[in-house]
Design a protein around this ligand. Structure first.
Ligand code: NAP
Length: 339
């Protein structure tokens, strides 16, 4: 059995971590950390956990973290500089914010600012099990990928076998996401009256997931560049990424190729038609469809996931399972609903 701490337990990813961890057969102790709600029952904020997790939130005390695993479901802040101490006490850490996802220290600093520690940055493992499972197994520190980044990287990665036939400089991606992607703190932009009935492209010239996606994919594609347009829509949760690539002509059954590539992967499903977002919301699955149109030499990949699960807390628990040597699916037998 193992014990876990969830820092940022009052937020949306924290809430989903708690919902998964209370049913995780290998977890027998959960410490839910919130600076704002310390001393209040968890179920007084996360009312879905009434009768399930009525213990109190505790205040943030980084020196006091002594569980087997600690999830940091908080934006990068002062706590990041305390991570080496936490790791040295034998705690395995999984961070869900963006800091250190990008391995290039200069780009990481430009995008996320703040703390620098080259030894820790080179030690950290990018928490996408479909690519880095071997490294995650041995890691003390895992940086969980961004939600957009997960859907796009999983969508493009199998095409590495055709990279010499692709125009790697012109890859157009539009990703539509729900409002929970912005976290639990209310802002004017995310006010119901602003979002209801609306579809809003944002950060159209630069989004911080762009260098994350390029840096991970370029470990195998080398010179790939993306044009990435995120869009927020009138949805609570869920994400659909539409990825367009052009080739000089390929001769492949992409459906079969993607199925072979992800054979045995517990949380990637290749669909025979365009994936429906409602089939993955509430689950840790990423559903992907890839099709080639020889008339215009276009590859269209559609990739769909739940931003709070495979794009966040579900993937973080998947990483914990790999780091701790548990069955990777433990605690993650979650399905979307139909209808
Ligand atoms: N939402 C998504 O779909 C999603 C997906 C992937 C990754 N992410 C990333 O994951 C992180 C958390 O996302 P979220 O949506 O859960 O955000 P959230 O709803 O805003 O919750 C974050 C929580 O972190 C705590 N916190 C904030 N600053 C802190 C600090 N300096 N030290 C300790 N705790 C702090 C706050 O709790 P208290 O004030 O109660 O302590 C807050 O409730 C963000 O960096 C986000 O970009 C989000």
């Amino acid at each position: 059995m193992s014990s876990v701490t969830v820092v940022g337990a009052s937020g949306y990813l924290g809430s989903e971590l708690l919902r998964i961890l209370v049913n995780h057969p290998k977890v027998d102790k959960i410490v839910a950390v919130s600076r704002t709600y310390a001393g209040k029952p968890v179920s007084s904020l996360h009312k879905n956990l009434l009768g399930v997790l009525d213990q109190e939130f505790v205040d943030l005390d980084l020196d006091g973290i002594d569980t087997d695993v600690a999830f940091f479901a908080a934006p990068p802040g002062d706590w990041f500089a305390e991570l080496p101490g936490v790791l040295d006490r034998g705690v395995k850490a999984i961070t869900l914010g963006g800091k250190f996802r990008i391995k290039d220290a200069t780009v990481d600093k430009e995008v996320y600012g703040g703390y620098e520690n080259s030894a820790l940055l080179s030690e950290r493992v990018y928490g996408l099990p479909e690519i880095y499972r071997k490294e995650i197994k041995k890691a003390r520190l895992v940086t969980n990928p961004g939600c957009y980044a997960t859907s796009v990287i999983l969508g493009i990665k199998p095409l590495v076998d055709y990279k010499n036939s692709l125009d790697l400089q012109k890859i157009a991606i539009t990703s539509i996401s729900g409002t929970s992607g912005a976290g639990a703190t209310p802002t004017q932009d995310m006010h119901h009256s602003e979002v209801s009935g609306n579809v809003r492209p944002y950060k159209t010239t630069f989004h911080r997931h762009t260098p994350e996606i390029e840096s991970i994919l370029n470990e195998s594609f080398e010179k790939l560049k993306i044009s990435f347009v995120p869009v927020v829509a009138d949805l609570k949760r869920g994400m659909v990424s539409s990825i367009t690539l052009y080739s000089r002509g390929i001769d492949a059954d992409l459906g079969r190729h993607y199925r072979n590539h992800y054979k045995g992967e517990p949380f990637v499903r290749i669909t025979s038609d365009v994936p429906e977002m409602t089939n993955v919301v509430g689950s840790n699955y990423c559903d992907i469809n890839a099709a080639y149109d020889p008339k215009i030499k276009r590859i269209l990949v559609i990739s769909s996931l739940d931003n709070l699960l495979k794009g966040g807390s579900g993937q973080a628990v998947q990483n914990m399972n790999v780091m701790m040597g548990f069955n990777e699916k433990e605690g993650l037998h979650l399905l979307g609903g139909h209808p």
